[in-house]
Ligand binder design. Structure first.
Ligand code: NCD
Length: 318
């Protein structure tokens, strides 16, 4: 009989939220991803780990890097990877999320990678299907693989996560990247600061275990890592900032504001960047400090690790 087994260190069916994970599970994901970074730097990148398996990328929201990254990750592991985006699917014809899920489920995919504009939609879908489900971003709730790739980027540069001071700056209110990062960094023992105008901070954010700053100078003082976020205009109804010019003056990262951080502090951004709004080109392109393209590179390795750990190996038994 063939019996699927899951590695004991990561005994989960789905990856829905960082808040669900413990430090050992995060370490297993990061260690596995670390190995794939080396594979991805070889001319021959393809393995047969997921040969015969099907991965469906189901994106109800636009995406460039996350979708491409998951597609490459699936292909490099030898899976059949299919992309479905809203514009070209029956969702446009009025099909519900659950009907779409059930339809795809009937085709026996092994993994569904799902991005959706509503918080909680990916979890709801995961309850209706047999496949492993990976949350590729649900509303302003969580984006677990982004936090994992950010953590891997930091860990590879600084050698650790615990004890570091990380300043997450900008539109925290609408950011699933911020939420997943706050959880992961706290779980792994880093100190997290959020830096934003009061209008761009969720109520009672300090309950997530962060220090709140409204001023870049105090928020960035002696920080090891400065993580900038995009103003998520598509999630805003009405105006949250007086103007993007004024926003840049007070909250945009430039070399003057960065000067108060630790010497050599790393600059991060999940992309897509709005240059001249939340970040100045001179710091975004600073080859010594900016790790923005490393984040993109390591994203593929992290997604390979997630697909690998969520897909049980078939072990032949008597
Ligand atoms: C982020 C997202 O979609 O949440 N982007 C990404 O996944 N790289 C952040 C953003 O859109 O600003």
């Amino acid at each position: 009989m063939n019996r699927p087994t899951r590695p004991p260190a990561f005994d989960r069916r789905h990856l829905l939220a960082i808040a669900d994970l413990d430090p050992a599970e995060i370490a297993v994901l990061l260690d596995r991803a670390d190995g794939y970074v080396d594979v991805n730097r070889q001319p021959e990148k393809k393995s047969a780990r997921l040969r015969g398996r099907t991965v469906i990328n189901l994106f109800f929201e636009n995406s460039t890097r996350t979708r491409t990254s998951f597609e490459l990750a699936g292909k490099r592991l030898g899976a059949d990877t299919i992309n479905m985006s809203v514009g070209s699917s029956s969702i446009k014809k009025g099909e519900t999320l659950i009907d779409t899920a059930m339809t795809l489920n009937a085709m026996h995919p092994d993994v569904l990678v799902v991005r959706h504009p509503e918080s909680g939609a990916v979890k709801l879908l995961s309850e209706k299907v047999e496949a492993a489900v990976i949350n590729a971003g649900d509303g302003s709730h969580e984006h677990p693989t982004q936090a994992l790739l950010d953590a891997l980027t930091i860990r590879r540069r600084c050698g650790r996560l615990d004890g570091l001071v990380v300043a997450i700056c900008g539109d925290i209110l609408h950011s699933r990247v911020a939420r997943s990062n706050i959880h992961l960094l706290n779980i792994m023992g880093a100190s997290v600061r959020v830096v934003a105008p009061p209008t761009l901070l969720p109520m009672a954010i300090e309950r997530l275990g962060v220090e709140v700053h409204h001023d870049m100078k105090s928020g960035l003082a002696e920080a090891d890592i400065v993580m900038m976020l995009r103003l998520q205009l598509e999630r805003m109804q009405g105006s949250y900032v007086p103007s993007t010019r004024e926003y840049f003056r007070f909250y945009g990262l430039d070399s003057e504001k960065l000067a108060v951080a630790k010497p050599g502090a790393l600059i991060m951004h999940p992309g897509p960047m709005n240059r001249g709004v939340e970040i100045d080109s001179a710091v975004a392109d600073d080859i010594d400090r900016s790790v923005i393209l490393d984040q993109v590179e390591l994203g593929v390795a992290v997604r390979m690790a997630c697909l690998d750990l969520l897909t049980p190996k078939i072990e032949a038994t008597e």
